[in-house]
Write a protein that binds this ligand. Structure first.
Ligand SMILES: *Cc1c(COP(=O)(O)O)cnc(C)c1O
Length: 376
């Protein structure tokens, strides 16, 4: 079987975990957490970052930081993972779903202005497949209407918008280190705080509503309960694992970009023959090779292609049932039809993508896809 994903290990993970254990402090915010923070602040120039237990948790921190209250409206794409929505739903927000672009599953920037009302508090964008949304347009709209912008950059590590690292453009940004992402530690995430107004409070929310981080820096002489919060910081064991991955990010990214380009070269003819559509790169975005996908011409065709690949021992997967049509939300939804979101729900198919996928395997997968379409 060629799996859909295989988490890559650089070899140093267990070495750093052992070192963390020997250091005798394996709760959060220790040696390896600081090394990871330094990595992000120096490599991408982020203002302030905090490792979290997941991207879901980083998004929940955003909703607390923005002080989302029941009835506040939050605009977000429907074609996304549930956590983008849940984090704000949990605080009582009214979710206002936007459609995807016609040429890319990311949010349709042009559709946003008419969704803004006096109750709108924030826009949450998702850089789908690590491909940047048009942050220039989004920040302009937000500034004009006094809204906050959160970047769900769960898939967006090491990618840029007009040269600026994703996660570092909105007021707040989030990464995921779930094992299906480019850089992973099983479960993990990062909160990126670009607006200084949120820095002090973010650290408090991160540490269960206490000012313990400031206490450990020696800035105050006792710590206590000063705000709401939760346990959002990961153990040093996760941070140590993650650090081994971060040290190898260039090698990991080079390999993934090579695989992505090979898929593109091997499958280009499908597009010229109008069989299937390949990922469309946007001019303002760089490619971090998080995902390679095809857009089939119908749900039936996609199901047949999945079965065909399975019969050749290749696992391909689809995802994101539009959230406005999900079992949880369908009854609550009152907005417009979102035809592009529905189209991606029905036709998008993700191909195997992981560091150890060999060139031969990519050739093999591509040839099975080409023969599927030749026999259509
Ligand atoms: C993976 C992902 C998440 C959730 O990340 P976790 O670290 O698993 O919580 C959220 N949003 C998007 C767009 C994702 O792809």
């Amino acid at each position: 079987m060629i799996p859909f994903n295989k988490p890559y290990l650089t070899g140093k993970e267990t070495h750093y975990i052992e070192d963390a254990v020997k250091r005798g402090k394996i709760s959060g915010n220790g040696h390896y957490t600081k090394k990871c923070h330094e990595f992000f602040e120096t490599t991408y120039g982020f203002n302030k970052v905090l490792l979290t237990t997941s991207c879901t948790d980083a998004l929940e921190m955003c909703a607390i930081l923005l002080d989302i209250q029941p009835g506040d409206e939050v605009i977000l794409p429907s074609y996304t993972f549930v956590s983008t929505a849940n984090a704000f739903m949990l605080r009582g927000a009214k979710l206002v779903f936007a459609d995807s672009r016609n040429d890319h599953p990311g949010i349709d920037e042009e559709a946003l202005a008419k969704l803004v009302t006096p109750k709108t508090k924030a826009i949450v964008v998702v850089h789908y497949a690590g491909v940047a949304c048009d942050m220039g347009k989004i920040m302009d709209l937000a500034n004009k209407n006094d809204l906050f912008v959160v970047e769900d950059a769960a898939q967006g590590i090491d990618a840029t918008y007009k040269g600026k690292p994703l996660g570092g453009i909105g007021h707040l940004g989030c990464f995921s280190f779930h094992e299906t992402k480019n850089i992973q530690c099983g479960e993990g995430g990062l909160l990126i705080i670009n607006d200084n107004r949120f820095v002090e409070r973010a650290e408090i929310i991160w540490e269960k509503g206490t000012n313990r981080a400031a206490f450990f820096r020696g800035e105050i002489d006792k710590y206590g309960w000063v705000d709401v919060g939760s346990s959002f910081l990961p153990s040093e064991l996760n941070a140590a694992f993650l650090y081994a991955q971060l040290e190898n990010i260039r090698d990991i990214q080079d390999r993934r970009i090579h695989i992505w380009s090979l898929y593109k070269e091997q499958l280009n003819q499908l597009e010229s023959a109008q069989h299937a559509t390949l990922p469309h790169m946007l001019e303002h975005a760089s490619n971090n090779a998080h995902m390679f996908y095809l857009l089939c011409s119908s749900l039936e065709e996609r199901s047949a292609l999945i079965d065909h690949l399975k019969s050749k021992k290749i696992l391909s997967v689809f995802h994101y049932l539009s959230l406005h049509k999900s079992p949880y939300f369908a009854d609550r939804y009152q907005g417009n039809e979102l035809p592009n979101s529905d189209r991606y729900t029905d036709t998008l198919l993700r191909l195997p993508m992981y560091y150890e996928l060999t060139d031969d395997q990519v050739h093999e997968i591509a040839s099975h896809i080409r023969s599927f379409y030749q026999n259509q």
